[in-house]
Design a protein around this ligand. Structure first.
Ligand SMILES: [Zn+2]
Length: 272
């Protein structure tokens, strides 16, 4: 699924490629993912410029010039493209821009959303309000991570990393990679990490994100860049979805275990 790295890539592309563009028309084929009816949605959007893009966890926020923001949650399979011409019958939602190009949204399943919200009240929306600290935010410090681990000490470390209400942005794939990088087994209790391990874990967040962004994000499922190009980061994962394959560091076979209903992947030798 698109996690923090992929949404951050889209955010940057929107800022760089779409700032200042006016939305001339909205095409709606999947009203059920909107927070209001199509009739209410379109007038909130049409005639307004894209001024900026933000992100909280895995939610992309596009700010418009009329103090309305679009909050988008792609869930597992949603994706966004910038195409030359809108395929009006095929898009879930399409935003036709003043240069004729179209920002399209497709693949969003039930639970994902495209919401039109007042810019100043974006974080009052229940889906955004419940999100924990963003894993790329400057406020996410080593000390903050330590506090989180203390507060959630009885939970398994992988569970803490994936819980969007605790830390937002990290999902199944990047939690596996972060824990591998930090040398920590996913089933360890959060409270069991010593100071040295907290250091390693904190550093691993930044390192894993940086590497994944360098490879253009992970396209295990449907994630693509605005131009349709896939990312390659998943081809460089050390453990995620590599069960039974040799560890790239020590050659031990990668194992998998279920943690709160999700498969965790780890190296039993490199991770303690
Ligand atoms: Zn290993």
């Amino acid at each position: 699924m698109p996690e923090i790295v992929e949404i951050e890539i889209l955010r940057k592309e929107i800022v760089n490629q779409l700032s200042g563009k006016t939305i001339n028309e909205v095409v709606i084929n999947k009203e059920s993912i909107l927070n209001v009816s199509g009739e209410e949605f379109s007038p909130l959007i049409i005639g307004n410029k894209i001024v900026s893009a933000r992100r909280k966890g895995k939610v992309l926020i596009i700010d418009l010039s009329n103090d309305i923001s679009l909050a988008i949650h792609f869930l597992l399979t949603g994706f966004m493209r910038l195409v030359d011409k809108c395929n009006r019958s095929k898009v879930q939602i399409g935003f036709i821009l003043d240069d004729g190009k179209c920002l399209t949204i497709n693949g969003i399943m039930r639970g994902g959303f495209v919401k039109a919200l007042a810019t100043s009240k974006v974080f009052d929306d229940p889906a955004l309000k419940k999100l924990g600290i963003d894993a790329m935010s400057p406020d996410f410090t080593r000390n903050e991570l330590k506090n989180i681990l203390i507060k959630n000490g009885r939970k398994k470390i992988k569970q803490v990393l994936m819980d969007q209400s605790i830390i937002s942005g990290v999902g199944n794939a990047y939690s596996d990679e972060i824990l591998f990088k930090a040398g920590i087994l996913p089933m360890r209790k959060a409270s069991s990490l010593n100071e040295d391990e907290i250091d390693k874990l904190y550093k691993a967040f930044g390192e894993v994100f940086k590497t994944a962004e360098k490879y253009g994000g992970a396209s295990e499922l449907t994630f693509v860049h605005l131009d349709g190009k896939k990312g390659e980061a998943h081809k460089h994962f050390f453990v995620h979805k590599r069960a039974g394959k040799p560890c790239l560091v020590c050659n031990t076979l990668i194992q998998t275990v279920k943690i709160s209903g999700r498969s965790a992947y780890f190296c039993p030798h490199c991770q303690k």
